[in-house]
Design a protein around this ligand. Structure first.
Ligand SMILES: [Ca+2]
Length: 250
């Protein structure tokens, strides 16, 4: 019977001295095509938001954010929403994060949106680029606007199974499925007890972690113990029913 793994997540209990960074868009060093403008608005945090009068897909604004500590962060952007706004994709240091975000809204305002999780391997400056990828059918333009960017330091290490390179006995395959996080899950073609799939996960801080795995159809018990940070072998424990994707504490 197949045993299938979607992702592995570790939840830490270490305490962080630096939990959050809020950067006002209008105060960040920006490069853009075309040039940006700052707009005074009492509804914006710190009284201003920054706009890009984009006219086409591919135009962008890029912020340099100084991050004081390496680690994993959840990224949020407070959008300037309006009837002339476009759809954008975020990339951090050149790597796409999350899915496209639509700033179109018939009534102007500000709305914070979750962008996605990033892993920064070093403190210091990092680039956050917001690129126009399209526009809502109801929108009159491709312009973008941002009030601020918020980074929340995560105490979780979240790994899409696809992003890891497992060792599997007898073998594994990547399977596309829109219901899986990241659109892909990994299938271990096990034929008997004792066979396994093994992931190597980078952990930046030592601590005590609870471990979760998202699975389909059959429960996999992943990582019976973690105390150092290297490879740990998973074991499998099938149950004879389809339960769908879910988070399972191990
Ligand atoms: Ca602002």
């Amino acid at each position: 019977m197949p045993k299938e793994l979607c992702w592995v997540r570790l939840k830490g209990s270490t305490q962080e001295a630096f939990p959050e960074l809020l950067a006002e868009a209008e105060s960040l060093t920006t490069i853009s095509v075309p040039p940006v403008h700052n707009y005074n608005d009492s509804g914006a945090s710190a009284g201003y938001w920054q706009g890009l009068n984009a006219t086409a897909v591919g135009q962008y604004m890029e912020y340099t954010v100084q991050v004081p500590k390496s680690g994993e962060y959840s990224v949020y952007a407070t959008n300037r929403v309006a009837s002339n706004k476009g759809i954008y994709q975020v990339s951090v240091d050149g790597t796409s994060v999350g899915i496209p975000n639509d700033q179109f809204q018939s009534t102007p305002g500000f709305k914070e949106a979750p962008i996605g999780n990033i892993l920064l391997n070093s403190a210091g400056n990092h680039t956050f680029r917001f690129s126009v990828t399209g526009k809502n059918a109801g929108s009159s333009g491709f312009t973008l606007g941002f009030d601020n960017i918020r980074l929340v330091k995560s105490q979780e290490v979240y790994n899409e199974a696809l992003s890891l390179t497992p060792i599997a006995v007898p073998s594994f395959t990547d399977c596309n499925d829109g219901a899986a996080s990241g659109g892909v899950w990994q299938h271990l073609g096990a034929t008997g007890l004792g066979q396994y799939i093994e992931y190597s996960i980078v952990i930046l801080e030592q601590g005590t972690y609870s471990i979760y795995a998202s699975t389909e159809k059959l429960i996999i018990k992943v990582f019976t113990a973690l105390c150092g940070w290297s490879r740990r072998r998973s074991t499998v424990r099938p149950i004879p029913s389809c339960i769908g994707f879910q988070n399972i504490p191990v």
